[in-house]
Design a protein around this ligand. Sequence first.
Ligand code: BDP
Length: 714
Amino acid sequence: MKKAKLFFILTLLISVSVSAETGYDLWLRYNLVPNKRKLEEYRKVLSSIIVNGSSSTIVAAQAELLNGLSGLLGKKITISGSNTTVGDLIIGTNGIQPEIKSLLKADLAQLGSEGFLIKTIVRSGKNCIVITANEDAGVLYGSFHLLRLIQTGQPINNLNIVSAPKLKLRLLNHWDNLNRTVERGYAGFSIWNWHKLPTYMDKRYVDYARATASIGINGTVLTNVNANATVLTNPYLEKVAALANLFRTYGIKVYLTARFSAPVELGGLKTADPLDPEVQRWWKEKVDEIYKHVPDFGGFLVKANSEGQPGPQNYKRTHADGANMLADAVAPHGGIVMWRAFVYSDEVPEDRHKQAYNEFVPLDGKFRKNVLVQVKNGAIDFMPREPFHPLFGAMPQTQTMMEFQVTQEYLGQATTLVFLAPLFKEVLDSDTWRNGKGSTVGKIINGASQQQQLTGMAGVANIGNDFNWCGHPFAQANWYALGRLSWDASISSEQIADEWIRMTFSEEPKFLEPVKKIMLESREMYTQYTMPMGLHHLITYGSHYGPAPWVDKGQRPDWTNVYYHKADSIGLGFNRTSTGSNALGQYATEVQQQWGDPNTCDEKYLLWFHHVPWTFKLKSGRTLWDELCYDYYTGANRVKSLQEKWNLLKPFVDKERFEEVKMLLQIQYDEAIWWRNSCVLYFQTFSKMPIPAGYEKPDKTLEYYKSLKFPYAP
Ligand code: BDP
């Protein structure tokens, strides 16, 4: 009796743990297609795969299809080699049956090295789907795409999909340290277990590679931009090689951050001057050593002369001198250098907004062919909303690439639901006017508006060793969005959200539609209750967690917050027009006209570019002060209604993720009230105006909010 009871409990425990949704599987859950009609259709179309080729990439594609299709269709899928003629799905590149290859020749010509073709053809009187490409990686991308079609409930009867990435480099930037802490990481420790590598290969590495490849990302920078030279030593290169060997299968190249002073720190040289022949020789030898370990090493990402990092300016050389020295070292091996434009100096009494442009524009045309200048989306630092960086389009002779931040450093970290695709799209769709109307940031970086051979987009990763990888279940959507947009920036935020929800949660319309709405308005909502109307950098000193508009002391003026909001008895905002810092002068004339006059400037950028009187009338008819209160109160109330909306979705979500999100939304609401009260009370000390009638008064004092400390915030 006792035994039977124990058995029962054990079985129960096992079944609970099997069905529990930890979020670990991301958007690759492959649960049985819930819609019976669709399930029947898919089952009719697919039951066997003919696999051509035996490279590890083809084997990975086969494994993914086998695992994915058997889960989605709930039936056994058979695999056979190229000697069979009967099969529903044929995958492969070179080894693919010659008659099929000749049939698809024209399509293949458009695909480049990473694109794929998914086409329904008739063979031996029977329909079958072909996934093919010029290179094996394309077959893998195509396989993930076919799975996505089924995961998102789309028809697969008559397919003709030709897809190739618009950007060559589609990268994740991990700000991971060798001790496994992650700079601005909110999802636990680094997934790279440097201590146990190379012998111990965590299963996570494979799942990371699968997820990353499934959205078309083809490169990963393993280490923090605030670089540690140790990663360039032999024992660490062996660890890097182990990861690179695994990722190669998934079409993912490995890159490292290069600490500019490495020749001094590791090589014992007296200098790291990029024009010194000894230094150049040191880097060449170091690079040769790296390529011995990793023959397809991608290259370096460099943060130099920024926030205390060493760089060429320590030796009175330029960013171009530094970048070119490294570029020459990697060029013989086909490597590249991504040189970051995120530079600003505390010694230059210039608006921080202007510094990158001032330093880089004079260097236009001076960078080697294998260098890209990696530019953050905005000129300050990944704020909830920034106008696009003025460097985009301002360096026509230089290859520029995009750096987005996927980790939510300034967007609520891992306690807040913010879907970032609308932010990414807003920047990519911004018109720089550098080559006439329509020369959007997206077209600058993809080479359509500005000739460039190398093109790219990077996202600072939000990945850690938390069960669900990203801390917040909805933060996974931002990793997903980065990949999808780096493959094709024309996909809408709505489509990305739609796909992601269906794959990660459910395609039940009663869940899908409200959640899509929640995601699509989440960034606007967050901006409204934290930094509305172009306010920026109001965060806590150091951790950047929560509000602290009062910060007026810091290691440097531009690490304070009063530097950015400039509140005084007259009004609020940073005058960046010609009567102020004239950062606006760094944009094309048309853009200057668009934002130059506070009366016509898009209100979402108003306080970014203008110092506006408290009594200034906005389009709503409210004064600036009243509008500010309106935004803080409305934004916070929206979080309350977001909680209510989520609660209604309980019947459609697994218990684990429902509860997880529910708890996080409570934190988000508490934080929204904290933002609202702190900012309204603080700005009120300048406006001296009452909080408009009808709004509940903050229940705590400004002094209370100022006293809050978070010494252990991540
Ligand atoms: C800021 C982060 C800092 C990074 C820096 C960078 O606060 O931790 O090192 O950007 O991008 O957003 O280099």
